[in-house]
Design a protein around this ligand. Sequence first.
Ligand code: SF4
Length: 500
Amino acid sequence: MTALGMPPVPPRGSGNLRGVAAFPAAAHQELANTQLRRNIGKATHTIRAKRLSVTGELPDWEQLRDAGAAVKTDVLNRLPELLTQFEAAVTARGGVVHWAADAAEADAIVTDLIRATGSDEVIKVKSMATQEIGLNEHLEEQGITAYETDLAELIVQLGHDKPSHILVPAIHRNRAEIREIFLREMPGVDPDLDDNPRHLAAAARKFLRHKFMTVPVAVSGANFGIADTGTLAVVESEGNGRMCLTLPQTLITVMGIEKLLPTYRDLEVFLQLLPRSSTGERMNPYTSMWTGVTPGDGPQEFHLVLLDNGRTAALADEMGREALHCIRCSACLNVCPVYERTGGHAYGSTYPGPIGAVLSPQLAGMDAPGDPNATLPFASSLCGACYDACPVKIDIPSLLVELRHQKVEHASFGIEAAAMKAASLAMSSSRRWTTAQKAAGLGRLLAGKKGKITSLPRPLAGWTEARDIPAPPRQTFRQWWNSDEGRAALAQAREKGRQQ
Ligand code: SF4
């Protein structure tokens, strides 16, 4: 199936980790973990400082951001046309293109491709798209073992954990915790391993080197796909990606359909924007690019799975379309005061932080009753730091406000909507408003001597969970206005006005 052959707005995808709590409950739990807060605070402050230093040294940084935003706008405006061009270019260079409408379809395609090689093991380059479709879990159910080869992803995998940052998935772990995980889970590890970072990295290298040399299939994501040449690009820091992309016989790449760039030349902009915004480096240590299959050099079989999983639905929505500009640099996470305190797990989504709060509801929807995604647009102070940091100028705060608006609009069955309707009815008539104010006086009974209402019964209990309500005053403003005291105050104000 091609993108052009898809229905105009296919169903939403799945972007959530399985069995998650809504953000407020999960955040409460994470906030109690002081070690986590220390780890994340230290890491985000370090990356933030590096980013500011390397972006500040470029005189045309703002123009680069404008160029990045313009290219992504162009891509999304012409997506069907560019995808067709991309498919033709990949195929012409010996690659095989598969289209996946959702996570289940993508998982099934990848599983069949791995099975066809006869292997029950696969090595993986860090990939958000494969996390989004729950590929590792699916492969495990099918009897195929996936080995993450990025050091942080390996730590997460061995720790039976979930990533908590787009770029640094194990940002919530310190080196003592990593040592414990390696000693407990890594086959063949030296029992005397200490927590020196060099020694930990060496232990991971030894374990992974054997996998690189023996596993015949690799799965990768892609940072960019170039429509006019069919080239794929992966940027990384450790060289593990380069090993996965060159050593196995078969390479399977899973790429979200929004990751396209029109021309090879557009990489010039993004290979400056991405490393400076993500790791605070001038350029990536490893930038791997490949185009189809080259006889006798690298993988001899290349499959590209183009993933929709809610993207076409997001594209049809003006707000969703802007969120699809994201190049997953994680700069918005590192500057977010909410993320810094709660960490990534609280978002319960493959994509945490400010962009996750926008992207997850867009990709997977938030309209089902009790959907944890519905709380994500509220997981922000709307301070605007994410907008300032974003290399492609996504206006995340405005997107969050719009999603909040949509949430309230859709919640026409909810208590909040019913309360708003009742308030609107009362306020539209002077007589009804006077009656409502008299009735509100009953609240003084609930407030008692304390003068504040600290807990309301269900279904209003949520209102008083995080705040008290002051007791209604004995006298309303209207009553005061019509009293002797009110009239005297008015006369006094008028007299003062005349004298001035
Ligand atoms: S929204 Fe912008 S800052 Fe955040 S990850 Fe995406 S590109 Fe980076």
